[in-house]
Design a protein around this ligand. Structure first.
Ligand code: SF4
Length: 192
């Protein structure tokens, strides 16, 4: 059974797969309580759904790209669910704060967004994303190196861009071109 807050169809607005029409499955709960959390729905109500019930909900959408998000999906062991979806030819991406990579070891794509910049994992993901505001301690990530794409994503409002933080991030990546801007396209387009 999965604790599902919502399932919706939209475009991926972040990271390497920006623009890809995707089915989002938001799971309940998180191991952290970040003050800037813009995924607040993970604290709300949820339904307990079987794998088959989730499949029933998603198979009406034309995309075969699934993104499991939260909250923090890796508080659950999702390997069985990911395999289940892959058996139906879905490609499964997961967005995680890095709580437990072994719970998503067979995902097709993992986006890691570390919240504690004093302890950044080196492996277990396909891209890394730092959520940055103009007040963030960016000196902690300046020396971070990876052969995977490293994104800087402005800390936006829940439903719209934060212009100050967007401008800060634009100037930051221009000055430090090992980073790539991930603007959260969906918030500029005004879609979910
Ligand atoms: S890790 Fe993500 S979902 Fe969890 S509280 Fe922080 S911002 Fe929200």
């Amino acid at each position: 059974m999965l604790k599902v807050v919502e399932i919706f169809y939209s475009i991926q607005g972040e990271g390497s797969q920006v623009g890809v029409p995707s089915i989002f499955i938001r799971l309940y709960g998180c191991n952290l309580t970040c003050p800037f959390c813009d995924e607040i729905l993970h604290k709300g109500e949820y339904e307990e759904l079987t794998f088959e019930a989730v499949l029933e909900r998603i198979k009406g959408y034309p995309s075969m790209q699934v993104i499991i998000t939260g909250g923090e999906p890796t508080i659950y062991n999702l390997n069985g669910f990911i395999e289940f979806l892959q058996a139906y030819m879905y490609s499964v991406s997961v967005e995680t704060n890095g709580y437990n990579f072994s719970n998503i070891s067979n995902a097709n794509w993992v986006t890691y967004s570390p919240k504690d910049w004093n302890k950044i994992e080196k492996f277990g993901y396909d891209e890394i994303k730092f959520v940055v505001s103009k007040d963030s301690p960016v000196e902690k990530i300046l020396e971070f190196k990876s052969y995977k794409p490293i994104f800087i994503q402005p800390q936006n409002e829940v439903d719209r861009p934060n212009k100050e933080n967007v401008n800060f991030c634009i100037e930051f990546v221009k000055a430090h071109p090992q980073f790539i801007l991930s603007a959260q396209l969906h918030k500029f387009l005004g879609v979910e």
